[in-house]
Design a protein around this ligand. Structure first.
Ligand SMILES: Cc1cc2nc3c(=O)[nH]c(=O)nc-3n(C[C@H](O)[C@H](O)[C@H](O)COP(=O)(O)OP(=O)(O)OC[C@H]3O[C@@H](n4cnc5c(N)ncnc54)[C@H](O)[C@@H]3O)c2cc1C
Length: 459
């Protein structure tokens, strides 16, 4: 039985940044990080390899799991803000949260990210223009690393930590047991390890698993929201004046019809749309490369409506999953519809897609999103597209592509202290898996925060 001082379950953004910071631990303290996914070099989606044109539901999914977690093959947009991307500031305070995110940014720069431009909404004219059209641009600084540079940086962080932190890939932690002093974990390979402090950094793909651990340990979890919507793809020229200035614009709009808030999310200039597989359910996402040679002619972004349920139905994620399952049933994966077809109440077909001027970057099944997305959310999406058309004319073009469904699952919020420690002493929950964060910057920052708390303990 191998014994460690600290075991980190999950090598996503939170785990990676925690392991980076843990290299500052006194040498005698031993740390292990375990992930069910693969190391960087083995993380290739079969769609990218050209082995298949649609998601074949690898287990575990290379997009979501492995070193760097869901962030590795992402766009690598690190948003430095407390206005979105999680609630870390509610636990550690706004100043501390901003300090941690700026520290994460400085590490990324040291590891090769300094060439990537830091965009800011501060002093942007866009804010005024948006307001004049009843749209609200949220404040943020964002460093866009791009998928390619992001991978290189992660490779350097791994090299930096590998002599100090033991890492095991392709290993799922199945069981957690509380011992009189510390914890025992068991893996799917039947190995067991013991540790004094156990850190759960299992991200969205570990949502069901972390719930089972919390249930077993009697730790409270509060139901979180689920965001449902579509990924919009259009010619990059339409949003160029916005993306050139601020890169990622988080724009919020309150619809006339339902008074609901709907927002843009994860904007990828010159990017591509991708499918992602969370626990066997295929949804849609997007990313873009830093290298202009890898740019496409399109920009994509999500339009999302938040849904939270309380009584009698509480499981917001189950609601999101059911809608995604419906789209998977009708489309065999991701559905694709032209905006023009949607507003005319007809499905998109191969024949109509053949005449479409906007070329899709993801092979998806032409169909009818109105058979999948509930009317309320769909009405909100259509109203928002017309609202965006006022600041980016052409958004409401009939050839604008809508991929469905995009679902942002937020893990239930694990009850934790300001140190992100649960009521079980020595058991920590951080990153997206804890429901506290839902972005690269905040998940990484939460890893640094817990690492510093543990360094104080082991000093
Ligand atoms: C395609 C895509 C694009 C994105 N783009 C952006 C972006 O540009 N900017 C942004 O801010 N956010 C983006 N996100 C979200 C971002 O990736 C997440 O917010 C971030 O990765 C959360 O980090 P985390 O460490 O908490 O969890 P994750 O990154 O999800 O990592 C969790 C890790 O835990 C492992 N794990 C889970 N359960 C177990 C278990 N039982 N045993 C062992 N290992 C386990 C998983 O394999 C995974 O590697 C994107 C996400 C996707 C999928």
């Amino acid at each position: 039985m191998k014994k460690y001082d600290v075991i980190i379950v999950g090598a996503g953004a939170a785990g990676v940044f925690m392991s980076y910071e843990m290299t500052k631990l006194p040498n005698r303290a031993k740390v292990l990080m375990i992930d069910k996914g693969m190391g960087l070099e083995k993380r290739v989606c079969p769609i990218k390899l050209g082995k298949t044109s649609s998601c074949i539901k690898c287990s575990p999914c290379h997009i979501m799991n492995g070193y760097g977690g869901a962030g590795t093959l992402s766009d690598g947009k690190y948003n430095i803000t407390t206005q979105f991307g999680g609630d870390l500031h509610r636990y550690v305070g706004t100043e501390e949260a901003m300090g941690l995110m700026n520290y994460v940014d400085s590490v990324l720069c040291d590891m090769g990210g300094a060439d990537a431009k830091l965009y800011s909404t501060g002093n942007s004219q866009l804010k005024t223009i948006a307001l004049q059209n009843n749209l609200h641009l949220l404040d943020a600084k964002v460093r866009h690393l791009g998928t390619d540079r992001n991978m290189k940086i992660l490779g350097r962080i791994f090299d930096y930590t590998k002599d100090r932190i033991d890492t095991q890939f392709g290993t799922l932690v199945s069981e957690v047991e509380k011992l009189p002093k510390g914890f025992r974990i068991t893996t799917d390979k039947g190995e067991s390890y013991e540790c004094t402090d156990l850190v759960l950094a299992t991200g969205r793909s570990g949502s069901k698993w972390i719930s089972s651990v919390c249930n077993k340990m009697g730790i409270e979890m509060e139901s979180n929201r689920v965001d449902i919507g579509v990924r919009v793809e259009l010619p990059a020229e339409i949003f160029k004046h916005i993306t050139d200035e601020v890169y990622e614009s988080k724009i919020v709009y309150k619809t006339d019809k339902y008074n609901d808030q709907i927002r843009t999310f994860c904007m990828n200039p010159y990017g591509e749309v991708v499918s992602e597989n969370t626990n066997g359910i295929v949804t849609v996402n997007g990313h873009s490369y830093a290298d202009p040679a890898l740019h496409t002619e399109n920009t994509n972004f999500a339009l999302l409506v938040s849904n939270k349920f309380t009584e009698p139905f509480k499981d917001s994620n189950e609601y999101g999953e059911s809608i995604a399952r419906l789209s998977n049933m009708l489309g065999g994966g991701v559905l694709l519809q032209r905006f023009g077809d949607l507003v005319k109440g007809r499905r998109s077909s191969e024949r109509r897609m053949a005449k479409c001027f906007t070329r899709p970057t993801l092979k998806a099944t032409p169909g009818d999103l109105s058979l999948v997305i509930p009317k309320r959310q769909l009405d909100n999406i259509i109203e928002m597209i017309y609202a965006l058309d006022k600041i980016a004319p052409g958004t409401a073009n009939e050839d604008t592509l809508l991929y469905g469904v995009e679902v942002k699952f937020y893990n239930s919020k694990v009850e934790v202290t300001e140190n992100l420690e649960t009521k079980v002493e020595g058991l920590y929950a951080l990153g997206d898996g804890s429901g506290v964060t839902h972005s690269l910057s905040q998940a990484s920052a939460s890893g640094v925060w817990v690492a510093r708390k543990l360094i104080e303990k082991y000093q």
